[in-house]
Design a protein around this ligand. Structure first.
Ligand SMILES: *[C@@H]1O[C@H](CO)[C@@H](O)[C@H](O)[C@H]1NC(C)=O
Ligand SMILES: *[C@@H]1O[C@H](CO)[C@@H](O)[C@H](O)[C@H]1NC(C)=O
Ligand SMILES: *[C@@H]1O[C@H](CO)[C@@H](O)[C@H](O)[C@H]1NC(C)=O
Length: 380
């Protein structure tokens, strides 16, 4: 299959989130958290990329980003809220401070978000050993060291442990950009597949680090269906499309392979760390369901086209990315799954959050209030 002729736009544009959950004390994992610590890429970045020289003037710093909810660009790669925004609302915990927007302990006592748009799981050395360069100078290693900085700010060891034990950690989605760096450089899916164990190992080391720091509740979102992303549909030439969804088969196979290896790793870690809840969020199934049965979720009939973009197939045009001159957002983003061809609309993010909460209920939500909490964020 013919590779790309151009660099792909980063899922900058997608963050990995670690949500900090605070246990309510006592033997079970607790159903109430005081805060979230999150790691990831643009799917979770709530303001870090706006504060980084390399990414400060990216698309999400401009209108029409934020048009649906915040009414101005906030650095979130969507028309409105991200999955993490809905999750913290449902759990009644504060929205975490983007790490690069804080300085002292007071800024982070209510949580911290380390996710940066464009971030990769793997670091620059890994990519340069393959003659590649990541989109932005932030990997999971940077986010982990930021987390350690925050821990040190928060006080002596016993105080830190009290904080980590009562926090939810959201670790992911992460890894989309790693694959995009490879695929965007004229490499095949076969080459991208060789990254799977490395990315999963990088996620594993963050998990081990946060558990060692006292985390009791960690939520790990898996890989999205890469083959359904309008950007890849428009730019990645492949003959094999799934007849039901219209998505690129070999890219979805890659995402599923990623999720299998990720889940094997999580299974091993659960055995090794029975004192911590290690939860998985199946983004692949949720997003695929929105594409295959759009009407069921209130989307219209072209679930593979972006709401905002520069026309072309799938309304995605690399030289006219959402927000650039000559591009336009659709009138009603809530009818679309994809906002800009790379990131989800607020409507899709809400559904992903609802499905994540539902699947992981009652561990994430207090069983007595679970339904009411899901209703407050608009879950059907
Ligand atoms: C990919 O290949 C095409 C055609 O062979 C070439 O024009 C293009 O510059 C290459 N792109 C990259 C990023 O290497
Ligand atoms: C992330 O870590 C790399 C390698 O240590 C470093 O070069 C880079 O500057 C760091 N990024 C940021 C934003 O601090
Ligand atoms: C993509 O955008 C560029 C710049 O606006 C334009 O020249 C080109 O025709 C567009 N491509 C398609 C397929 O619409």
């Amino acid at each position: 299959m013919a590779p790309f002729s151009r660099f792909l736009l980063a899922v900058a544009l997608f963050p990995v989130i670690v949500i900090g959950v605070v246990a309510a004390g006592g033997g079970d994992h607790g159903t109430r958290y005081s805060r979230i610590f999150s790691f990831g890429d643009s799917l979770t970045d709530t303001g870090n990329s706006l504060r980084l020289a390399a990414t400060r003037s990216g698309p999400s710093s401009r209108p029409p980003y934020g048009k649906t909810f915040f009414r101005h660009p906030t650095g979130r790669a969507s028309d409105g809220r991200l999955v993490i925004d809905f999750i913290v609302d449902a759990l009644e915990i504060p929205n975490p401070r983007p790490y690069l927007a804080g300085k002292n302990a007071g800024d982070f006592r209510r949580g911290a978000n380390f996710a940066v748009g464009g971030a990769t799981a793997l670091g620059p050395d890994f990519f340069s050993s393959r003659g590649l360069k990541p989109f932005v100078p932030v990997s999971l290693a940077n986010q982990t060291s930021w987390f350690n900085n925050v821990l040190h700010l928060l006080g002596p060891d016993h105080e830190r442990r009290r904080i980590t034990a009562s926090s939810l950690f959201l670790l992911g989605e992460i890894g989309v950009n790693d694959y995009l760096v490879v695929l965007g450089n004229n490499n095949t899916v076969r080459e991208a597949r060789t990254l799977v164990p490395h990315i999963v190992a990088a996620v594993r080391s963050v998990l081990i680090e946060v558990i060692a720091a006292g985390a009791r509740m960690v939520l790990i979102p898996g890989m999205i269906p890469l083959g359904c992303e309008p950007q890849l549909l428009a730019l990645y030439k492949s003959d094999g499309h799934d007849p039901e969804s219209g998505c690129i088969t070999e890219l979805n196979d890659l995402a599923q392979q990623h999720n299998r290896v990720l889940n094997d790793m999580l299974r091993d870690l659960r055995l090794a760390h029975p004192g911590s809840a290690i939860l998985y969020a199946d983004l692949y199934s949720v997003v695929t369901d929105m594409i295959v049965s759009p009407w069921k979720h209130g989307f219209r009939n072209r679930p593979l086209a972006a709401c905002c973009g520069g026309r072309g197939a799938y309304n995605f045009n690399m030289t006219a990315f959402c927000g650039a001159a000559g591009t336009m957002a659709c009138a009603d983003p809530s009818e679309y799954v994809s906002w800009d061809g790379v990131h989800f609309t607020e409507a899709a993010n809400r559904r992903i959050a609802c499905a994540t909460l539902k699947i992981n209920s009652p561990r994430l939500l207090n069983p007595w209030t679970a339904e009411a909490r899901q209703r407050t964020i608009g879950c059907a």
